[in-house]
Design a protein around this ligand. Structure first.
Ligand SMILES: Nc1ncnc2c1ncn2[C@@H]1O[C@H](COP(=O)(O)OP(=O)(O)OP(=O)(O)O)[C@@H](O)[C@H]1O
Length: 455
């Protein structure tokens, strides 16, 4: 059988069960180990750089499986954690998923399915050797959209091909560009980003190409441009759609010939750069409108990728949430592990115009606002709150009604009504008069429904 590379840790205080899982996983994973206590699990995580943790929720010690989940993710965010809980403990399973667990299973666990799951996380090559480690440090994503993107990146990153990344602001374009660089042979040389928007043409030219001493007022010394600084490395051209047309022509020439002449210099410099470009415009449309040069478009678009906005991949939110929660807690010296179901559900159905960047800020604000050890609806900033989503289309924002409907598809009208009333009451912190106003029903009707639905 093809063995996977990667380390698997089984954490279970039932020694026999842990050993059984280790034995079964060792058939496919040469490096499966067991820990019977939380303390030894933590030292294995610190010591061994574990890739997959399979942890029993009920450890019968002062801690539980969720604590190990949090510890493992903090030690290495790419570690995948599978939680196993008792059949009736769906609360722990839901909490684990909210905290970024890869999967949460209830007992009895089918060992073959578990093995299959681990083999999906740690793939093998046909010749039995493990796939080369391919790291996207700090890049979180489990949605099928993002998995598709990673598949392409795995192939593309190690080559020299130019990559064009399209996506709304804050979707993680620069992060992916860095991941491409880190997974290429150029990783030991520089990754140089430059934002092509917001710079005057002459500034952009001098930033890109450099300048000679005395080239213009203020040029008191020779200065290497970004292109030269990125020699043998990667040049990241952010917001390339905003580059002035005349600069586009100059850039194309350099990319074609690999020769840079700094502003005011007489000598040319030969450079070897790989280009990764990003834009939040539809570049093909800009080409049609003659606002972007077609020849440059083809030059930078060796492979093009579009990162979907966060609202189209709400399934990524729990894992991103866990990641940013840990970051914020570390930064602010807080110890918060949990989020209520209603709060997570609000985060998952918000439309996130600022995408992942906005999510990160919101989670930080929630940590600041939170009094206890669990984030709740009241900690969510008002602009992310329910009312905008429930009132349908927000001006200037996409229509969210589809996402809203999708949440409730397959549920009865009664269930939807109950849930809707519950969330609205959450939103108004239990203020019935305000909730009735939002719901556009009388207060007496609301009172009746609260009793009827036992809210
Ligand atoms: N998949 C991800 N996992 C973890 N963090 C992410 C992910 N994607 C984005 N981020 C974080 O979100 C923030 C915004 O990402 P980034 O700057 O790469 O976006 P961008 O699309 O380049 O934005 P802009 O177009 O405004 O320059 C960064 O803090 C980044 O680390």
């Amino acid at each position: 059988m093809n063995k996977t590379k990667g380390k698997v840790l089984i954490v279970d205080d039932d020694k026999d069960h842990a050993d059984l899982l280790v034995e079964s996983l060792q058939k496919q994973c040469s490096n499966a180990i067991a820990a019977y206590t939380a303390a030894s699990a933590k030292s294995a995580i610190d010591r061994d750089g574990i890739d997959v943790v399979i942890v029993d929720y009920d450890l019968r010690s002062d801690t539980d499986g969720l604590d190990i989940l949090q510890y493992a993710k903090q030690a290495k965010s790419s570690t995948k954690v599978i939680l196993i809980a008792d059949q009736n403990n769906t609360v722990a399973c839901e909490q684990a998923i909210r905290m970024g667990a890869y999967e949460a299973l209830t007992k009895p666990v089918d060992v073959d399915s578990l093995r299959l799951m681990v083999s999906k996380i740690l793939p093998t090559r046909g010749d039995g050797k493990a796939v080369e480690d391919f790291e996207f440090p700090g890049v979180i994503s489990r949605s099928h959209y993002m998995q598709g993107i990673y598949k392409v990146l795995r192939r593309v990153a190690p080559t020299n091909i130019s990559v064009l990344i399209e996506g709304e602001s804050g979707t993680g374009k620069e992060l992916l560009a860095r991941a491409i660089h880190e997974n290429s042979d150029r990783r030991d040389n520089a990754f140089k980003p430059i934002n092509c928007a917001g710079l005057t043409e002459s500034l952009l030219e001098s930033e890109l190409f450099g300048h000679a001493k005395g080239a213009f007022t203020g040029a008191t010394a020779d200065r290497k441009g970004i292109l030269e600084q990125a020699d043998k490395g990667t040049l990241f051209l952010d917001e390339i759609g905003d580059m002035p047309l005349s600069m586009q022509a100059k850039l194309l020439r350099v990319l074609e010939d690999g020769i840079v002449v700094p502003v005011g210099a007489t000598k040319a410099v030969v450079v070897d750069v790989r280009v990764v470009a990003a834009t939040n415009h539809d570049l093909a449309k800009l080409v049609e409108e003659k606002k972007f040069r077609q020849d440059l478009y083809f030059r930078i678009k060796g492979v093009s990728l579009t990162i979907p906005p966060l609202r189209k991949r709400a399934e990524d939110i729990p894992e991103l949430f866990g990641f940013f929660l840990r970051q914020a807690c570390e930064e602010l010296g807080r110890d918060i592990h949990r989020i209520t179901e209603s709060a997570m559900s609000i985060l998952q159905s918000y439309h996130w115009p600022g995408n992942i960047r906005q999510l990160r800020h919101v989670i930080r604000t929630m940590v600041v606002m939170c009094d206890g050890d669990t984030l709740d609806v009241g900690d969510i900033p008002p602009d992310v709150h329910l009312v905008k989503r429930l009132s349908g289309r927000v001006e200037g924002q996409p229509d969210m009604s589809q996402d809203f409907v999708a949440q409730f598809t397959g549920r009865s009208l009664e269930e939807v009504e109950r849930e809707h009333i519950r969330r609205t009451l959450d939103y108004t912190n239990g203020n019935r008069a305000e909730a009735a106003k939002i719901l556009k029903i009388g207060e007496r009707t609301l009172y009746r429904k609260i009793k009827e639905y036992d809210l």
